[in-house]
Design a protein around this ligand. Structure first.
Ligand code: GLY
Length: 316
């Protein structure tokens, strides 16, 4: 290994949602996932942990209004933003998750606080907000998370009682406001200590019922990591992803057939479609740091980078 070259094995993959991403939003998605993977990579190459790398990548995606996570999230049916996020350390099996939290700029950081400073796995709603305050995470204002595009969408959807989230994953609508049902973000990283961490953050689905929780904060559904096997973050229609426990399903397939993360990702999406007519995508890293992904939506924004690559490989 020459000087300055990253140590072998470190690797990171991120996603910025699997859905019907319109042509005019492609460039912003590519730029967003590229910046996020580079942020995580900078942590890994400096000797940082996979936990730090995943948090850094996801925080960037939460700040980017392109995505349905943090700033830029969908409004629920009541016109509020409720956020879900989770993190799992595949070596210690420590997990932290938050569900239906409001006024939190970086739900992934709150999930990390749950992982590191609570005896619990998942905190929801007002209890999660109180925990955030107690640990120095000051609430943001609702307008810090709200973007005009989503306010316009919410207003339009008020006039559409027929709006259906699963249909919106498939259909290219004729409306000037594209459907954006799956811009969840996620990351999986392998650090120099061999630890795999997976994380996911989302604003959920547009016009969701207040209190609705999707797959993203549910360990095994939206996120899973086992450093002896691999890590997974999911995106897509949460109600279907939960029913097949998609992230753990993919890790189990990888454990049964080591060395085939691509096959595991494809098998997970096949099961999602076959069993529950589900729609979505997964990103995977196996224990060697080999990345893979699969999706059955028209597009999925993703990027990965590992030792031996000169630059991130991004796609949509
Ligand atoms: N996959 C994100 C959600 O359904 O909430």
């Amino acid at each position: 290994m020459s000087r300055g070259e990253p140590p072998p094995g470190i690797s990171i993959i991120v996603h910025g949602g699997a859905w019907n991403i319109p042509d005019e939003a492609v460039e912003a998605h590519l730029q967003g996932v590229r910046a996020a993977v580079l942020a995580g990579w900078a942590v890994l190459t400096a000797g940082g942990t996979a936990l730090d790398a995943v948090e850094a990548a996801i925080r960037l995606l939460e700040d980017d209004p392109t995505f349905d996570a943090g700033r830029g999230s969908f409004l629920n049916a009541a016109g509020e933003i409720e956020l879900d996020a989770s993190l799992m350390d595949g070596t210690t099996f420590r997990v932290g998750a938050v569900a239906a939290v409001q006024n939190i700029r970086h739900p992934i950081t709150l999930a990390r606080l749950v992982l590191e400073r609570s005896e619990h796995v998942l905190l929801a709603g007002s209890g999660a907000a109180r925990f955030a305050r107690e640990h120095g995470l000051e609430p943001c204002r609702p307008e810090d998370l709200l973007v005009g595009r989503e306010l316009d969408r919410w207003r339009e959807l008020q006039a559409r009682p027929d709006f259906s989230t699963p249909q919106a994953f498939r259909v290219v609508p004729s409306t000037s406001l594209p459907e954006r049902p799956g811009d969840t973000v996620g990351a999986v990283a392998l650090d120099r200590h061999g630890t795999i961490v997976a994380g996911t953050s989302t604003g959920g689905t547009p016009k969701k019922m207040p209190g609705r929780v999707g797959d993203s904060p549910l360990i095994g559904a939206g996120t899973y990591a086992d450093s002896a096997v691999g890590g997974v973050s999911c995106t897509g229609w949460g109600e279907s992803i939960i029913k097949v426990v998609l992230a753990k399903t993919v890790v189990d397939r990888l454990e049964a057939r080591p060395g085939d993360p691509k096959g595991a990702a494809a098998a997970g999406i096949d099961r999602l479609a076959r069993k529950v007519q589900g729609l979505g995508g997964v990103i995977v890293l196996d224990r060697q740091g080999v990345p893979a992904f699969a999706y059955n939506t028209p597009r999925m924004a993703r990027a990965f980078l590992h030792a031996g690559l000169a630059a991130p490989i991004c796609g949509i």
